[in-house]
Design a protein around this ligand. Structure first.
Ligand SMILES: Nc1nc2c(ncn2[C@@H]2O[C@H](COP(=O)(O)OP(=O)(O)O)[C@@H](O)[C@H]2O)c(=O)[nH]1
Ligand SMILES: [Mg+2]
Length: 365
């Protein structure tokens, strides 16, 4: 979807004249791309009607070229269908419940979320109430060790409500408690009964539905069902790195009127962020996202205590080289860094992965 939308934007930039014909062609292209990304037909139609109407009815503002104006218009319209307001993480004490189907990424996200709050100075723990999947406790325990988060639960507990009651008492001293729950293949009575039980005991401030990006449009029904049954405060869309259907999942939640709070962008613990419609659209349209890149550089430099002064002194050694490689690694894959710069299409994919492999080898050498 991303590559293709960029082609459309290129069409606008390259064309000499912007006439009815070109606008028709562009709206058609956008329609096709959005539908391929699994965005609902109804939404796509509304969007393209809106774009066409606005281009026709409005005087083009002075001081802006027609091209800029149309690009901005498409940009804004896309942003709107992804939901307006950006989620503000609560930085006071509260409990968070994560629900969702099997394999959606709940347990991984519990850990990512715990790490997110812990990095912001909140005393955070995770509690698992998943008594359904064998080794659910061990999985969370292992993730917890990686990120230095206390994990509570029992390997062979039988009853979700009972485990929760027991460990809520033991974890009263934490600012943030994140509760993992069991999934099912679909929203069935058993699942709802279990989650409603947890809900009643916990009364969480935040209840997030975790959905995988490859759910696409189906996310709308899931969000509606869960919202009706237990009341959601938001959705977390995982695996946006692996699915071409992210656009569908993201817009579906906005259609279900449940805002997307966070997105998962990879398997690693730091591949997780607050969802910003702005950034998402900027990526679609190929606008370099410099703010995001700067943040990544800062974080990576802090985490590996890479001292820029040391680099300038000139005594560059293997130790510094190693730290540099580590820092680049912390910023994410090369393809992600290039995407943030808006130049991902200009470098062949094979070259990127070959370079990543080389960097890995250098580190061990
Ligand atoms: N690529 C990618 N994989 C993810 C992401 N989030 C979770 N996963 C993977 O999805 C699989 C299922 O995750 P898990 O947390 O066990 O799902 P659960 O059954 O809902 O608890 C695991 O292999 C995770 O590593 C993500 O954002 N990106
Ligand atoms: Mg799980």
């Amino acid at each position: 979807m991303l590559d293709k939308l960029q082609n459309v934007m290129n069409k606008i930039t390259k064309s000499r004249v912007i006439d009815e014909e070109l606008i028709k062609e562009i709206t058609k292209d956008i329609q096709r791309i959005l539908i391929q990304a699994d965005v609902s037909v109804k939404l796509v139609k509304e969007l393209s009607d809106d774009i066409k109407r606005k281009i026709k009815e409005k005087e083009f503002p002075k001081g802006v070229s027609k091209k800029e104006y149309i690009t901005k218009l498409i940009y804004n319209e896309l942003k709107e269908i992804l939901g307006g307001e950006e989620y503000k993480p609560r930085l006071e004490s509260h409990d968070i419940l994560l629900v969702g189907l099997y394999g959606s990424g709940k347990t991984t996200t519990v850990a990512k979320l715990a790490s997110f709050y812990s990095k912001r100075g909140m005393k955070t723990c995770a509690i698992t109430t998943d008594t359904d999947r064998p080794a659910a406790y061990e999985q969370l325990q292992q993730l917890g060790e990686k990120i230095n988060i206390d994990v509570y639960g029992e390997p062979d507990a039988q009853n979700a409500s009972k485990v929760l009651e027991k460990y809520l008492k033991k974890t009263e001293g934490y600012d943030i408690r994140i509760i993992d729950s069991a999934g099912r293949d679909n929203v069935n009575k058993e699942l709802l009964k279990e989650i409603k039980g947890i809900e009643k005991i916990l009364s969480p401030k935040e209840t997030f539905l975790v959905v995988s990006a490859d759910t696409g449009q189906t996310a709308r029904r899931l969000a509606k069902d869960f919202d009706r049954e237990i009341g959601l405060t938001g959705v977390i869309v995982t695996k946006t790195d692996t699915s071409a259907k992210s656009g569908g999942a993201l817009t579906a939640c906005s259609e279900a009127e449940v805002p997307v709070a966070f997105i998962g962008t990879g398997e690693k613990m730091n591949e997780f962020k607050v969802f910003k419609a702005e950034d998402f659209v900027a990526n679609l349209l190929g606008k370099p996202d410099l703010g995001e890149l700067l943040k990544r550089v800062q974080r990576a430099t802090q985490e590996t205590d890479l001292d820029p002064q040391e680099l300038m002194k000139g005594d560059y050694n293997f130790q510094t080289f190693y730290k540099q490689l580590e820092a680049v690694n912390k910023m994410g894959s090369l393809s992600k860094i290039f995407k943030t710069l808006g130049i991902q299409n200009k470098i062949p994919k094979e070259e990127l992965s070959a370079t990543e492999e080389k960097m890995e080898k250098y580190k061990y050498m």
